[in-house]
Design a protein around this ligand. Structure first.
Ligand code: AN7
Length: 419
């Protein structure tokens, strides 16, 4: 590993995920695979449909592109998520066609499983005594599951009262020691970093470079599903910026290996109430000014993103754009995605809300080829769905309030006939 700030070398079998000299983030030093273009594409194609082993995983199938060892892996398997038409949600976004890559269909219901299989496999190889993460919920759920599979104790730091019910339920159920920290996510992360430094537990937040290796495969699998024809845009929600960082790394590597002929543009979307990255983009990335975050999309309620430097590089290397959207638009986008039969959690819908904004602003053309990444499952945050539909005004197109009835056939008939 190499420090991204001071370039110090750190052994790959170190438990450090930050530079012991200067606290900079560490990067894995790896070279591109010797195979290229068609040879690599054919290799990946022969692995599709494998029933077990590393090839059955939508992460480890692409191992030539990953700086990680595929022996003795901790895997469900994960990945293998569908790339599908957004159906009626395309119209909502103002696109002629729109596709979504549904990462909510991973084993624990979010894209985090892709990074976690790599992070926890590495933790087991290092014989870590415990693994830890700070989380807005999904990382905690994923770590809890993978640590349980690996037989390693897990410690998760989550902001008290600010995590969706499904995610908290998972962390508890899978047996993680769940610490409800009085503070926001950013406070949780600095506490987790301190615990890693002082107590020797292995940190598997997305600042851990092995996590990013796994997350690169969201893009690799998507490109394969696109027949290796790069779309014009890839839109994703942005919080702590691990995914934005990983997507740029994957796209640059896929291009360098001849897997794709051109690099799609990234659209990173934040919530207005937690948009330090979007603000920095607007000022030409001169500086990052952390904010006190406040958005209904709890997964991306992050004010001081840890992977900022890497994410800036991704946006620059992909000629990308960063924007932000209102909570109201996130919830409307979510309702459109849900009603299309896809479903996702609020943060995920930011991607589609961001595309709509960019179409309106003339940055994305209605006939551009756009893929939105849906990062988490609908059932992660059931409370917000029920609240939305029970309390939404009836004139709001998306409102679908439940209707109490007496047990009579007349009432059923009335419901059936209602337009
Ligand atoms: C559904 O679980 O940060 O910009 O601690 O759960 O890579 O952070 C979750 C982030 C988007 C943002 N969508 O991704 C955590 C955590 C969902 C998420 C993001 C998260 P990054």
């Amino acid at each position: 590993m190499r420090c991204s700030r001071c370039a110090a070398a750190v052994p790959a079998d170190s438990l450090d995920v930050e530079c012991p000299a200067c606290d900079g983030l560490l990067e894995l030093v790896a070279s591109l695979p010797s195979k290229r273009g068609d040879t690599l594409r054919e290799l990946f194609a022969t692995r599709r449909g494998a029933i077990d082993g590393p090839d059955a995983s939508g992460v480890w199938r692409y191992r030539e592109m990953l700086a990680a060892c595929a022996d003795d892996i901790v895997s469900f398997p994960e990945g293998n998520t569908p790339l599908v038409s957004a159906g009626t949600a395309a119209h909502w976004a103002g696109c002629l066609t729109l596709r979504v890559k549904h990462e909510g269909l991973n084993p624990t219901g979010s894209f985090k499983d892709r990074g976690m299989t790599v992070g926890v496999t590495h933790a087991r190889r290092l014989r870590a005594r415990a693994v830890a993460c700070a989380s807005t919920g999904n990382t905690a759920a994923s770590l809890a599951a993978y640590a349980a599979r690996a037989g390693i104790p897990a410690l998760v730091f989550i902001p008290a009262g600010k995590v969706a019910m499904g995610k908290l339920a998972q962390a508890l159920a899978y047996g993680a020691r769940t610490l409800l920290v009085r503070g926001d996510f950013d406070a949780c992360l600095s506490l987790a970093r301190k615990a890693a430094r002082e107590l020797g537990v292995y940190l598997v937040n997305s600042i851990n470079p092995y996590r990013l290796e796994g997350q690169k495969t969201i893009v690799l699998e998507m490109l394969e599903q696109c027949g290796w024809h790069a779309p014009d845009w890839i839109a994703l929600p942005a919080g702590n910026l691990g995914n934005t960082a990983a997507f740029g790394m994957a796209l640059v590597a896929a291009h360098a290996c001849g897997l794709i002929g051109r690099i799609p543009r990234l659209l990173a979307v934040q919530a207005d109430g937690a948009a330090p990255f979007a603000h920095a983009f607007d000022s030409g990335f001169t500086s990052l000014r952390p904010v006190t975050p406040n958005t209904v999309a709890t997964a991306i309620n992050i004010g001081d993103p840890a992977s900022y430097d890497r994410a800036v590089r991704s946006i620059r290397e992909t000629n990308g754009v960063v924007t932000s959207v209102r909570d109201e638009d996130i919830l409307d986008a979510k309702a459109a995605i849900d009603a299309a039969g896809l479903g996702c959690e609020p943060a995920s819908a930011a991607s589609v809300a961001g595309v709509r904004r960019m179409v309106r602003d003339g940055i994305i053309a209605p006939d551009d080829d756009v893929v939105c990444v849906l990062t988490g499952h609908l059932l992660k945050d059931p409370d917000i769905v029920v609240r939305f539909h029970e309390h939404a005004r009836e004139d709001r197109e998306a409102a679908n309030p439940p209707r109490p009835i007496d047990p009579t056939i007349d009432e059923v008939k009335r419901a059936l006939d209602r337009r």
